[in-house]
Design a protein around this ligand. Structure first.
Ligand code: NAP
Length: 287
């Protein structure tokens, strides 16, 4: 068996096109364009690339973007003051603070400082709580993107045994909740998990989000499983690798996401969907 590729690049372009059409429809009804503020602290080179991709995607959808680049030496108080100004700015519907932040800044305090109605990353405890309860809200972008990939590929989740590798607040945990709501039976693995290959071997659906290049071995994966690789790891030669040994795993899986071109572009597309959703929620005529 050779797995079929889940083409995140193509699906993300479809999503971005849909957002663009909905933004154009807003213009026709006399409504303003959604606005996204992106805050980058310091000079992390990966963050620079991620932010650039997000700003480019805004341009493609005619979403207004407001880029704030602040030095790594910025104090937590000054960063919170900037967030407070953005919370009160009526032209801003979404606020994204690119992670990681410098060590002297408490990223939980920064997340808490964002108005939950503008929390387009979906990391605020209010939005995570709503996700936990299965209520509508702004959902974390990467898990939302994975759900969109699965839906658009026509993969049924209901009744599947899903194994999620990683329990971070931004990927693993919200991913588990999304899959649970969609009817999967979930197992969440982490660094303390025993017999991890055995757990993976039981899974109809594997989501790898560990940050360890080529970690998931072909021999662990059940024939016909669906494998979603969230990992983005920069190798010494400058190339990108996922958390899955792609060549070996694709010989056993039925569907697999590549890296790059799988989950990564979907995260950006979900951010744009969230920004539009935040703008619509803030329209004066929204109930
Ligand atoms: P993270 O915060 O470092 O979390 C990694 C998780 O993996 C932790 O829960 C950790 O367990 C677990 N883990 C680490 N080593 C393990 C091992 N040997 N066995 C089992 N579990 C292990 O990372 P993250 O922010 O969730 O990101 C994960 C990966 O996804 C990274 O490669 C990141 O670059 C990528 N990512 C991609 C996107 C995208 O758009 N595609 C978005 C976000 C992140 P403990 O909790 O026990 O420490």
């Amino acid at each position: 068996m050779t797995a079929q590729l889940i083409d995140g690049k193509h699906i993300s372009q479809q999503i971005i096109e849909q957002v663009k059409l909905r933004v154009e429809a807003r213009h026709e009804r006399g409504k303003r364009a959604p606005g996204l503020a992106v805050v980058r602290v310091g000079e992390d080179s990966a963050s620079r690339i991620y932010v650039r991709n997000k700003l480019k995607a805004c341009e493609r959808c005619q979403v207004n973007s407001f880029s704030h680049e602040v030095p790594a030496s910025t104090s937590q108080q000054d960063l919170l003051a900037l967030i407070d100004r953005l919370n009160r700015d009526p032209a801003v519907d979404g606020i994204l603070v690119q992670l990681p932040l410098p060590d002297h800044i408490d990223s939980d305090a920064v997340t808490d400082g964002i108005d939950p109605s503008k929390d387009v990353d979906g990391f605020h405890p209010y939005n995570i709580g709503r996700l936990m309860l299965g209520l509508a809200g702004l959902r974390p972008c990467t898990p939302r993107g994975v759900m969109t990939l699965l839906q658009r590929t026509g993969i049924t989740i209901d009744g599947k045994d899903a194994v999620i590798l990683g329990r971070s607040n931004i990927v693993g945990r919200p991913m588990a909740l999304e899959l649970l709501h969609a009817g999967a039976t979930i197992t969440v693995c982490h660094s303390r998990t025993r017999d991890l290959p055995e757990k993976v071997a039981q899974a109809d659906l594997v989501v790898a989000a560990l940050g360890k290049p080529h970690f998931v071995q072909g021999s662990w994966v059940k024939y016909g499983a669906i494998v979603i690789d969230v990992g983005i790891n920069r190798l010494n030669d400058g190339s990108l690798a996922g958390d899955v040994d792609f060549e070996a795993v694709r010989q056993r899986a039925s569907w697999i996401t590549p890296v790059p071109g799988g989950v990564g572009p979907m995260t950006v597309a979900s951010l744009l969907e969230n920004t539009l959703q935040a703008a619509e929620n803030r329209d004066p005529d929204s109930s």
